[in-house]
Write a protein that binds this ligand. Structure first.
Ligand code: HMG
Length: 440
């Protein structure tokens, strides 16, 4: 069977930065270590006044097409995954295609375009759609462009404010991919939940503490479902486990849950349920405060063991390096985690061809998905071509007053105008509704 997977990837960060320990913490009167150690975040990426989900997505896609020498005719499908859409009818992929058509001679008239929504997991669902389209033989030799783009903003003062972020990840899905091949096996954990939602509103209504429990419960179910089709997972068989990363502290918990499960010692939930004195184990997840306290104690004890520390340092920690600097990118987040891991391997001169990644995606509302990926021989060139370090370095570091202005500019209910903080350079810019995506 021909391999199908991610051939190339490109990242576009919002051009602004909010320093969490330096700017956010003093303003909130909090200890900076709450953010750096507790949540595991140093900074958030923000969109400048001329950036939005369309411009960031188009900029990432344009870089990807240029680097791979592609023309519009090579693309048979454009899917945008986002939970920051501004149009309930016309998909964001049409706006992105409109931007790209300004710079190519050809157009995307014969490409199927759409928009995928299921909170953060939509990026992975779009990958699946592209994979299925190619596997079904409907692609006529063409590739799919999958773009995960979000401005993950919370209302000011919301507990989620520290986890904001903005950026886009563009992926090319093809036969014989250079980066990773996707497994046909998948596992799901899915249930109707109301821990994080945006019913006709821009900023989410979030039950933050509950959302953490729901993430862990669905992820455990997805892992069990995955093993029911792919067989048992063993910790030594995995190079990295990129998880959806709303903030690195969440992945510390997910890593622990995964480790307990795949080392086949007693499950984390059983241990915690015993500790809390609640059976069956599902009830332990419902008692949020008790679960949280028990989990914290439990993690502290396990973190003390060399075996877990080494496994975590090798398999999970490398997936978090980009997320620490940019915050939550919603649909793009798990795809950034994959890039972080591969980038760490490249910098350490580690050979990964043929090795396995186990990818844990998640979207509130709520669904988790687990699949495996096999690293392909072109991975080094693909990762070496990224310029994400320069992009992060070039961001404008906002003062608190700048941040408040920029947050208002991106609030759809406010009509505010501010000067841009950075100068767009050879990129698509948002120049007012109806004049979107002009390239400057
Ligand atoms: P909070 O109340 O600001 O923070 O909200 P906290 O008091 O829970 O503290 C956070 C951590 O910092 C804790 O660690 C503290 O102990 C620690 P933990 O016990 O959890 O391991 N801490 C410190 N550490 C060191 N030094 C200190 C210090 N102080 C505290 N001085 C919350 C945290 C996650 C609730 C909030 O950020 C939130 O509401 N976030 C938004 C929701 C979210 O991200 N949920 C994650 C799971 S759901 C998901 O991933 C889906 C999502 O991406 C959306 C989608 O799918 O579309 C969000």
């Amino acid at each position: 069977m021909t391999a199908v997977g991610i051939d190339a990837i490109e990242i576009w960060t919002g051009n602004l930065k909010l320093d969490l320990p330096g700017t956010f913490a003093p303003e909130k009167g909090e200890d900076p270590e709450k953010y750096t150690k507790g949540l595991g975040l140093n900074a958030s990426s923000f969109p400048d006044s001329y950036e939005d989900i369309v411009t960031m997505g188009a900029n990432a896609a344009h870089r990807l097409m240029e680097r791979k020498g592609l023309e519009p005719d090579d693309i048979g499908r454009i899917d945008v995954a986002t939970e920051s859409s501004f149009d309930n009818s016309k998909p964001v992929s049409t706006y992105v295609a409109g931007c790209l058509e300004q710079v190519y001679d050809g157009d995307f008239h014969h490409a199927n375009k759409g928009e995928r929504k299921f909170a953060c997991i939509a990026g992975t669902q779009s990958l699946d759609d592209a994979y299925n389209w190619i596997r079904a033989g409907r692609h006529r030799g063409r590739s799919a462009l999958v773009i995960a783009t979000d401005t993950a903003l919370y209302a000011r003062g919301d507990a989620g404010e520290a986890t904001q972020g903005a950026g886009a990840v563009a992926m090319l899905i093809s036969e014989d991919p250079d980066l990773v091949e996707l497994s046909t096996e998948q596992g799901y954990g899915s249930a109707d939940e109301t821990d994080f939602l945006k019913p006709n509103q821009q900023f989410p209504s979030v039950d933050g503490k509950r959302s953490v429990q729901v993430y862990l419960a669905r992820m455990r179910e997805a892992l069990e479902d995955y093993e029911s089709v792919a067989g048992d997972v063993h910790p030594d068989d995995l190079a990295y486990i990129p998880f959806h990363t709303p903030f690195p502290g969440m992945v510390r918990k997910a890593g622990l849950l995964g480790y307990r499960h795949i080392t086949r010692e007693t499950s984390l939930e059983d241990d915690l349920a015993d500790e809390i004195g609640r059976q069956p184990r599902e009830e332990a997840f419902d008692d949020e405060d008790a679960f949280r306290d028990a989990l914290r104690e439990y993690m502290d004890a396990l973190k003390g063991t060399d075996q877990y520390r080494e496994w975590y340092a090798e398999t999970i920690e490398p997936t978090l390096s980009l997320s620490r600097e940019v915050g939550n990118w919603y649909t793009g987040s798990v795809h950034l985690a994959r890039v972080s891991a591969l980038k760490t391997a490249l910098e350490a001169d580690r050979e990964l061809t043929g090795e396995t990644l186990l990818v844990g995606s998640y979207g509130s509302g709520a669904q988790a998905e687990i699949h495996a990926e096999t690293v392909k021989s072109g991975w080094k060139d693909e990762i070496a071509a990224l310029n994400i370090d320069e992009q992060l370095e070039d961001r404008y570091d906002m003062s608190w007053a700048d941040y408040e202005e920029v947050h208002d500019v991106h609030n759809h209910e406010m009509d505010v105008d501010v000067e841009e903080f950075t100068t767009p350079e050879a990129e698509f810019v948002f120049d007012g509704w109806g004049r979107m995506g002009e390239r400057k």
